[in-house]
Design a binder for this molecule. Structure first.
Ligand SMILES: [Zn+2]
Length: 255
């Protein structure tokens, strides 16, 4: 099993990162993908990757909530890292209009520029999209249909939105996190619309811990809770969910 989106390099895990890794391995989570946030998080990300090189894979990018009016300089600082380090994706990148709409235009420009990097480097992208699907699709439509590969991480949209993405942008994967286990979330139709062949499992730790750990710090060892709930919805076994989502993640990120 793979946790396709986790931030275990953050300071929330400084005191017990080794335990976190061991609990994940004990629960069958053998790999994880660590997307960057901004310039401040790069050293911690690289240190964690260097400590667990056979378990953790890094993605590099500038998160939309970290985009400032100086985003060109921010991107100029990040881009050279792709020449000196190995990354499995450009991420996490995208549009977030939930917290703040002030830099909507800058977010769009930074997102488009980082999609160009992904195309130059032949890497997939990890999309963070919150309250911004229309804007995210507008940016992606600047590129030829189905020419960008990637995942909409932490996706909790509607089946209709899945169809819209497929129709306007291309064949994307969708990351499903702990929200799928929440009693009031009702993601059954969404999971069915996506289908197991395009689902990736993720925790988004330290955020959004699944039931029965809701409200506490999340960690990669909880990924099987998502697998079990998806299995229940699709009426297949947890082992099948594990096998297929692991293959999906390996295919997309080439790990
Ligand atoms: Zn994230």
């Amino acid at each position: 099993m793979i946790d396709s989106h986790t931030h275990i390099y953050m300071s929330e895990f400084d005191a017990d990162r080794n335990d976190i890794i061991n609990r994940a391995l004990h629960n069958g989570v053998h790999n994880m993908i660590l997307p960057n946030v901004d310039e401040e998080s790069i050293d911690a990300l690289h240190n964690t990757i260097a400590t667990y090189p056979h378990i953790c894979h890094a993605a590099m990018g500038l998160h939309p909530t970290s985009v400032t009016p100086q985003f060109q300089q921010q991107l100029e600082n990040i881009r050279p890292l792709f020449d000196t380090h190995t990354y499995c994706a450009v991420g996490e990148i995208g549009i977030d209009l939930y917290w703040d709409k002030t830099y909507r235009n800058e977010q769009c420009l930074a997102f488009a520029e980082q999609i160009r990097w992904a195309q130059q480097l032949n890497l997939p992208i990890i999309i963070h999209c919150r309250e911004a699907l229309d804007t995210t699709i507008e940016v992606l439509q600047q590129f030829p249909y189905d020419s960008v590969r990637g995942v909409f991480h932490s996706f909790t949209g509607t089946p209709q939105q899945v169809h819209t993405i497929r129709r306007l942008v291309g064949d994307f994967y969708f990351g499903i996190n702990g929200i799928v286990t929440f009693k009031n979330a009702h993601l059954e139709e969404l999971i069915e619309a996506i289908g197991i062949d395009r689902i990736l499992l993720e925790t988004d730790a330290p955020y959004l811990a699944p039931t029965p750990h809701r409200g506490k710090r999340n960690e990669p060892a909880y990924t099987p809770f998502m697998a079990a709930r998806i299995a229940q919805i699709l009426n297949i076994t947890t082992q099948q969910v594990d096998k297929i989502t692991t293959a999906n993640t390996r295919t997309l990120f080439n790990i």
